[in-house]
Design a protein around this ligand. Structure first.
Ligand code: HXC
Length: 257
């Protein structure tokens, strides 16, 4: 069945998922969560896809979890149904996921962007964790990932006051990798995703895995893990091809892209 809340398309080797609930600024309902995670899994399993791009609309990447859907829930219900648990599926996606953010990325929207591997922002982007204003707190990783991304002072400031951060501050703080004008956002994000998708898939998956370890383990363990991954890359045909191509002064033709 066709998804209701997202648009899915393929651009070359890039899988594009567009959040599409225009009447609600892309509020992340449970239905949308299932569709996004399904689409991510499908692209991840597709050998023709080397990078996934997740984006929203001009006005909003996503204005948060769906407040109307949540408002009347009891703690027991949230707990027993593990209300937002399926978003963890994003963590198991091995293909790199690039978020392209324009407009609001608030609450769960900011958290969803931070679950992606990198964020490219339009100059219109507005990030925030305003849950405090609703009598709650971030619940999809915001307190952890924002603290990792921008440090304690700014994370506390944003989570406790509910204030937002514009694109310039987000770039200055390390939350996003680049800021571009809103009309260029998709072109630039697609170019970045296409570049990622052109590399050796073996190397790409190992590299993503290595960087993720930096957020999950000690420096010593992370360094050792990186070294083992680096060594194992020498088992790939693409390492032979990549290095031979350099020596022969020609572009590499990776077997597994
Ligand atoms: C449900 C939402 C929504 C949301 C917007 N809408 N955000 N519906 N959940 N998170 C709906 C509005 O109700 C409205 O519907 C329509 O989208 C347009 O929004 P407006 O408010 O009219 O637009 P505007 O005046 O431009 O204000 C934009 C805004 C505001 C500043 C982004 O919508 C806003 O503050 N939204 C909520 C932001 C937020 O608190 N996010 C955190 C959610 S909690 P109608 O039908 O009235 O036209 C969260 C928890 C995550 O994310 C952790 C989970 C574990």
């Amino acid at each position: 069945t066709d998804p209701h809340y997202i648009l899915v398309e393929t651009r070359g080797r890039v899988g594009v998922i567009t959040l599409h609930r225009p009447g609600a600024l892309n509020a992340l309902s449970i239905g949308m969560m299932h569709e996004v995670v399904d689409a991510l899994r499908t692209f991840d399993a597709d050998e023709g896809i080397g990078c996934i791009l997740l984006t929203g609309s001009e006005r909003a990447f996503a204005a948060g979890a769906d407040i109307k859907e949540m408002a009347e829930r009891s703690a027991t219900e949230m707990f027993l149904r593990d209300w937002f648990g399926d978003w963890e599926g994003l963590n198991r996606v091995r293909t790199p996921v690039v978020a392209a953010v324009a407009g609001y990325a608030l609450g769960g929207g900011c958290e969803l962007a931070m679950m992606c591997d990198t964020i490219i922002a339009a100059d219109t982007a507005i990030f925030g964790q305003p849950e405090i204003n609703l009598g709650v707190l971030p619940g999809m990783g915001g307190s952890q990932r924002l603290a990792h991304a921008v440090g304690k002072a700014k994370a506390m400031d944003m989570v406790l006051t509910g204030r937002t951060m514009d694109a310039a501050e987000a770039e200055r703080s390390g939350l996003v990798s680049r800021v571009v004008s809103a009309d260029q956002l998709l072109d630039v994000a697609l170019e970045v995703a296409t570049t990622i998708a052109s590399k050796s898939r073996v190397a790409t998956l190992l590299a993503k895995d290595a960087v993720k370890a930096a957020f999950e383990t000690t420096l010593e363990q992370g360094l050792r893990y990186e070294r083992r991954l680096f060594e194992s890359a020498f088992a790939s045909e693409d390492q032979k091809e990549g290095m031979a191509a350099f020596v022969e002064k020609r572009p590499p033709e990776f077997r597994h892209r």
